[in-house]
Design a protein around this ligand. Structure first.
Ligand SMILES: [Zn+2]
Ligand SMILES: [Zn+2]
Length: 261
């Protein structure tokens, strides 16, 4: 079986109709980031939150965790289908993840409604830590963003396929080394065609800056996501000038990977 990456959402922080904030599903059971409506946005792809074993959060800005409470709620409402499945494991940046999961539980009022009682296992990750998550071997690295962030490099040993995910980050040349040679690199392009000013503290990249990382890392393909605005053709043309195998995925799009021997 090839490694399968499904784009659940591909948009920036306030998605247009028919899309969700950038979040992705690996082999149908590992969700990376949790957009506004991640639970419902999974459904058209043929998957749903009861299939999840693990959630990996890149960083705890709202657009990347806001859907967590509804993922937990969906699983509780459909708990008959979960059977003896273990509680969800939620990985995220050590500085914020415990607080965010606790707040999601508080929002569900688990102390008041036993039907939604849920105690996911929370794994606080320090950037640089290596992890085993399901069948995947995962490395992490720091990003440059106003809150602590994790870039993920994920290997599926069964296929040899490798996937890199930047989350939100300013242009950080060190990421080219971290993502070296991955089959699929998913990076943000929040500032579109315009590089942020050198003194910007927003912690975001343009599509061209992310294409530079892809080129320098010699990756297989580059998926550009979390883009605030701009015409797709222009964005793709600008990125492709730097790195030819760039694309702008849409929600529901699936990439299958066999690995590059
Ligand atoms: Zn974001
Ligand atoms: Zn962010």
């Amino acid at each position: 079986m090839p490694t399968e990456l499904t784009f659940i959402g591909t948009a920036g922080c306030t998605p247009p109709a028919g899309n969700d904030t950038a979040c992705f599903l690996l082999n149908g059971h590992v969700l990376i980031d949790c957009g506004w409506c991640a639970a419902l946005s999974m459904l058209p792809t043929g998957h749903d939150p009861t299939q999840l074993t693990d959630v990996l959060i890149t960083h705890c800005h709202h657009d990347h965790y806001m859907g967590l409470a509804s993922v937990l709620f969906f699983r509780r409402m459909q708990r008959a289908r979960l059977g003896d499945a273990a509680e969800l494991r939620i990985f995220g940046p050590a500085e914020d993840i415990e607080r965010v999961v606790e707040l999601a539980r508080a929002y569900l009022q688990v102390d008041r409604f036993s039907a939604v009682q849920t105690t996911p296992e929370v794994i606080a990750v320090t950037p640089g830590e290596a992890l085993t998550i399901g069948e995947f071997e995962v490395q992490t690295a720091p990003t440059q963003h106003p809150v602590q962030g994790l870039a993920y490099r994920i290997l599926d040993p069964q296929t040899g396929a490798t996937i890199g995910i930047s989350g939100d980050t300013a242009y950080l040349p060190a990421l080219a080394e971290f993502f070296r040679g991955v089959d699929l690199l998913i990076m943000e392009g929040s500032t579109g065609l315009t590089d942020p000013p050198a003194d910007s503290t927003s912690g975001h990249s343009s599509v061209v800056q992310s294409a530079r990382i892809a080129r320098d890392a010699k990756v297989g393909r580059l998926a550009l996501v979390h883009i605030g605005g701009g015409a797709r053709e222009e964005l793709l043309a600008a990125a492709s000038e730097v790195f030819a195998d760039a694309f702008l995925p849409g929600p529901g799009e699936v990439v299958t990977l066999e690995g590059r021997a």
